[in-house]
Write a protein that binds this ligand. Structure first.
Ligand code: GTP
Length: 468
């Protein structure tokens, strides 16, 4: 059976993304905002979709997300609760008692996380007790504020320590060029270290690319977070399509991510999506009939990508596509062959395009139901631009010692600034590793051992179920 996934949404950004994610999921599973099934279900009726991956269900057909909402101030979570009355498990909602937020400072968020770690782990253990075949976590946050980054970092450390055989993935939002707060590069560097060391795969977004894409998709120059977050939710729901509408392939997180994460260090994934039909966003335009061939090739176009990249042709180390709509197998085969001519793959990974023939929800009866929509998760060396940008912003501030006093009360910075230096070094290592991976002989130098694989082999029992 497909394993259950627990979602952790942290800070303003994490909770606002979560709001759109759950909106998309309930739409695809025929659930209303209170958690009630929209269709009358008979006790013996069999559903085509698997709701158990993301929801618990009680005897009255009421669905509750397997989710945690964390924040250091109440407004974002309050908004989510107003939108989904009675939907979330109240015991899984945590707002710090003083309700002050982290003031955009990573160390404040981190220290709250360390102080509350035992409570958090007890809460998470209880949620895991309500699973049968628990597979892993997905964490939603921004890397730039104080809560999603700092509290998120301490939770990532705790998860990888306590549940090290489980998959930990993140959906991580990076700030735009016009970052509102000057110390964002410090928060980003410290969080990136945890994304590298304490999780198995990070799907990354940057607000510049998201804003550009949203203004085009919604035909609205004044983009809102609600719009960018619908784009993110389209990616999240597509990544999990094969888990929620299971077939014989890609029915676990590890089977998806292990196809595109060649070594443990190279686990940053860049998402693309096209076209955004009304199955995914509000106010979508009408689309003409298209083919899977067009969609697969369009997904490589930088205008459909959610991380800014340079004009250089990137090298792709691994690609996972998920398509829904009227998909013709021949179109997919042709598109794979074409992309192998057009796109740069390193010699050691020349057939790295994996395609999930996703299922459309029966609840999505849109005017564009023939239209093919596609999502691509690409493990590509172009992600180094995002990492490099974070490092450059950090280097400028750190060289001058600017604003370091904001971190000096943090428990990690009591004696020195070593944590900053080590984090910077860790990120440089990954940038260098991506550059090395472009070379033909890269895998000759990598020791393929257990540590380098996503999903540890002995994490499943003889029936193929996950061991908790
Ligand atoms: P504190 O406010 O310091 O307590 O931390 P926080 O984690 O709650 O902060 P927040 O999540 O607001 O992080 C700030 C960064 O996230 C900035 O770069 C914002 O542009 C970005 N951000 C905030 N909310 C959203 C959102 O809903 N969507 C997107 N895409 N970005 C967001």
């Amino acid at each position: 059976m497909t394993g259950e996934i627990i979602t952790l949404q942290i800070g303003q950004c994490g909770n606002q993304i979560g709001k759109e994610f759950w909106s998309q999921l309930i739409k695809e599973h025929g659930i209303d905002r209170n958690g009630q099934s929209v269709k009358e279900e008979q006790a013996d009726s069999v559903r085509e979709d698997d709701t158990s991956v993301f929801f618990r269900k009680d005897g009255q057909n009421r669905f509750t997300p397997r989710a945690f909402l964390f924040d250091l101030e109440p407004s974002a979570i309050g908004d989510v609760q107003t939108h989904f009355p009675g939907f979330f498990n109240e015991r899984n909602i945590w707002v710090s008692k003083d309700e002050l937020g982290a003031g955009n400072t990573w160390s404040k968020g981190y220290d709250y996380g360390v102080e509350s770690q035992e409570d958090f782990l007890n809460m998470i253990d209880k949620e895991i007790d309500a699973t049968e075949n628990f597979e892993g976590f997905q964490l939603l946050h921004s890397v730039a504020g104080g809560t999603g980054s700092g509290l998120g970092s301490s939770i990532l450390e705790a998860l990888s320590d306590r549940y090290h055989k489980k998959i930990v993935t993140t959906y991580s939002v990076f700030p735009s060029n016009e970052s509102e707060v000057v110390i964002q590069p410090y928060n980003t560097i410290l969080t990136l270290r945890r994304l590298i060391e304490n999780c198995d795969a990070s799907v990354v977004f940057d607000n510049n690319a998201l804003m550009n894409l949203a203004s085009r998709v919604f035909r609205d120059p004044n983009t809102s977070y609600q719009q960018t977050n619908q784009l993110i939710a389209s990616v999240q729901s597509s990544v999990s399509n094969s888990l929620r509408f299971p077939s014989y392939m890609y029915n676990s997180l590890s089977s998806i991510f292990s196809t595109i994460v060649p070594t443990a260090d190279l686990h940053f994934l860049v998402p693309s999506f096209t076209p955004f039909t009304s199955d995914f966003i509000s106010e979508a335009k009408e689309f003409k009939r298209n083919t899977a061939y067009d969609v697969i090739l369009d997904l490589f176009d930088k205008t459909n990508t959610m991380v800014t990249r340079s004009n250089e042709t990137p090298v792709y180390l691994g690609i996972f596509d998920s398509l829904v709509g009227s998909v013709d197998q021949n179109d997919v085969t042709r598109a794979i062959l074409k992309s192998q001519q057009r796109v740069k793959f390193p010699a050691w990974s020349s057939t790295a395009l994996h395609v999930n023939f996703g299922k459309k929800s029966i609840y999505n009866v849109s005017p564009n139901s023939d239209c093919v929509s596609g999502m691509m998760l690409a493990n590509t060396s172009s992600v180094t631009m995002l990492l490099q940008k974070a490092c450059s912003g950090f280097d400028v501030l750190f060289k001058k010692g600017a604003f370091l006093h904001m971190y000096q009360n943090g428990r990690m910075f009591q004696n020195d600034w070593e944590e900053f230096l080590e984090s910077r070094e860790t990120i440089q290592f990954v940038i260098d590793e991506y550059t090395a991976a472009e070379q033909e002989n890269y895998l000759d130098e990598v020791l393929i051992d257990e540590e380098n694989m996503v999903g540890v082999e002995d994490a499943v029992d003889v029936n193929g179920d996950n061991i908790i």
